[in-house]
Design a binder for this molecule. Structure first.
Ligand code: MFK
Length: 555
């Protein structure tokens, strides 16, 4: 008999996910969970059936830019496949943005919404990207928009009707930089009583969206600071409003997502928030997209692990199943532990975001949230890439073959640490929050109170190792707050990972406490042990001498 390997199998992505189910059980009211669980079970099935097919079709049929019609008229059409438009409908109908604004479950609504996003994302060919910006724009309008925007755009962005639903772009990046947006050269001129935008936007994801939020400098404004503008891409006839699509980007991954370079040639726009406060105002949007980024990173980790675990149970080598080889099982279990840490960090930040929006956060929780958003984004993105790479390897050669669908996990994961703020930029954002917004204080109080509330001797036993590290972190936070130097900035990344690891471990121990109290398997305790084995703290090591070394090494 000739041998053919059985493919890995995806079960119901909700029912099969112990981590998601336990988290929701611990963190939602019983009444909420019983009301939403059938929807999650149904959707957990859907994301491995028709939705997954739409995503596969979208990955295989990337968008095409058609600059001219047959007669030479500039039309700048972006043709997307049927699967991509179907994903838009699914997103609307399933309420992937809407649930967060309907607020049927008050502060718990965000957990419900993001649980659906987490299930949707790995089967969405990154339709999650337009949704991230849509959600961010909705929150921005809710916080800073005028009545007209609330009546029109907000209603579209949060609609469940596929006919009414809009997605939004977020156009921040110009040729001068994606991290440092201060070099933005787009100008807003007042013409016939309205703003018109002139400039080039270098990365605009989801260019098929109906609207966008973008930055520009108001002409002749003496302050010269960036302002935020709302743009509707098309007029009533469906024509682009003085926007030229220069080309679609040829990217490593996220192939289904139309990302374009645009020239704005007098595009009508309206000011959002105060003039000159553009970066601060758009921060509301990118803090939401950073949460999406983290949720999508853990969604990918979970999908890769589900496939790798299934494969390990089917595939035989050296006389037994892969899962029965201690080395293989230990390698996957380590990845599972890292995923669980990332998951808890992400969903905890989402939980706090939900509370913040309902004014239910304590002051310390608000401080913790401000700092957690960049930390959670940077940690999960880096882990997302590293874990995807390991998971591909766990399939051997099959992990490198396109039609298994596996390589796209790695390609698409790689963007997570790049867009929405790179690791270094987010580490510096964490320092900004510590220095300017005193977020470190709330973060530390919150962390210590979580550790103080551990109940079970098994979780409390970790405190012996953890307490001195927490004291070191506390000292580091005070140092960062009071010192401005190139060395403090150079240590930003090390510091960010220290903070994330320790806060994450506190969340894992809380989860372990709950499992122990409910006589459940001690999985979170295993996670905690594996994390501690890897070391808890890396000392900040930048000195003027070391910085000089860096330059010598790079010469
Ligand atoms: C799968 C789903 C993923 C999602 C898909 C989305 C795809 C979209 C594709 C993209 O657009 S990718 C490009 C994304 N670009 C970024 O994320 C920008 C990265 N750079 C930064 O985040 C920089 O730190 C920043 C541009 C904000 C630096 O700008 P500035 O002008 O040098 O910042 P400054 O002067 O420190 O801050 C201006 C104000 O904003 C300050 O407030 P005040 O005016 O009151 O002093 C800051 O406190 C505030 N601010 C800055 N960052 C903030 C913030 N406030 C809250 N949260 C933050 N994170």
């Amino acid at each position: 008999m000739e041998f053919f390997q059985e493919a890995p199998e995806l079960l119901n992505q909700y029912s099969d996910d112990r981590v998601l189910r336990n988290y929701l059980k611990k963190n939602l009211k019983e009444s909420t969970l019983s009301e939403i669980e059938n929807d999650l079970i149904r959707f957990g099935e859907r994301v491995v059936s028709d939705v997954l097919k739409m995503a596969e079709e979208s990955e295989q049929n990337p968008p095409v830019h058609i600059p001219y019609n047959p007669w030479g008229k500039r039309i700048d059409e972006i043709k997307v496949c049927r699967g991509w438009t179907e994903l838009d409908k699914v997103a609307a109908e399933e309420g992937i943005v809407a649930i967060g604004y309907e607020r049927k479950f008050a502060e718990e609504s965000r957990l419900y919404q993001f649980a659906k996003l987490y299930l949707f994302h790995p089967s969405s060919a990154i339709y999650s990207c337009p949704l991230a910006m849509t959600d961010g724009a909705a929150r921005l309008i809710e916080m800073h928009g005028d009545e007209a925007l609330k009546k029109k755009a907000f209603k579209h962005l949060t609609s469940r009707s596929p006919q009414e639903f809009w997605t939004s772009g977020q156009w921040m990046t110009e040729r001068t930089g994606g991290s440092d947006v201060s070099g933005t050269s787009t100008v807003a001129k007042v013409e016939n009583g309205t703003y018109k935008l002139y400039g080039v936007k270098w990365f605009t994801s989801a260019t098929t969206s109906q609207m966008a939020m973008t930055l520009a400098r108001i002409e002749n404004d003496p302050g010269g600071k960036l302002s935020l503008f709302y743009v509707e891409l098309r007029n009533a006839e469906g024509e682009l409003q003085n926007i030229q699509i220069n080309r679609l980007k040829d990217k490593l991954g996220t192939k289904a997502l139309p990302t374009a370079e645009l020239t704005l040639m007098g595009t009508p726009a309206s000011l959002v928030g105060d003039a000159g406060k553009g970066v601060k105002t758009i921060a509301t949007l990118f803090n939401i997209t950073r949460l999406y980024n983290a949720c999508c990173a853990v969604g990918y980790m979970r999908r890769g692990l589900a496939l790798a675990k299934s494969y390990a149970q089917k595939r035989e080598a050296f006389g037994k199943k892969l899962i029965d080889h201690g080395l293989h099982a230990d390698t996957l279990a380590d990845l599972q532990a890292r995923f669980e840490l990332s998951f808890l960090l992400t969903f905890h930040a989402i939980k706090l975001q939900g509370k913040e929006e309902m004014q239910k956060c304590t002051e310390t929780e608000s401080g913790a949230l401000r700092l957690l958003i960049p930390l959670v984004k940077l940690h999960t993105a880096k882990e997302g890439v590293a874990i995807a790479s390991e998971l591909l390897e766990s399939f051997g050669g099959a992990g490198y073959i396109e039609d298994t669908g596996l390589p796209q996990l790695l390609r698409n994961a790689q963007v997570l640490s790049i867009w929405e703020g790179t690791t270094n930029v987010l580490s510096l954002d964490a320092q900004r929050a510590i220095k300017k917004e005193n977020a470190g204080e709330g973060f530390m109080v919150d962390l210590k109170s979580r550790l103080a509330q551990l109940n079970n001797p098994k979780t409390q036993s970790f405190l012996q190792d953890l307490t001195p590290v927490v004291e070191k972190l506390s000292g580091d936070l005070t140092f960062i707050k009071n010192h401005d130097s190139e060395d403090v900035a150079t240590n930003a990344r090390t510091m960010a990972f220290n903070l994330t690891r320790i806060y994450g471990l506190a969340l894992v121990l809380e989860q372990a406490d709950w499992e122990l109290a409910n006589n459940m398997p001690e999985t979170s305790l295993h996670v905690a042990h594996r994390l501690v084995e890897k070391g808890l703290y890396s000392p900040p090591i930048s000195t003027p001498e070391r910085r000089k070394n860096s330059l010598e090494l790079l010469a």
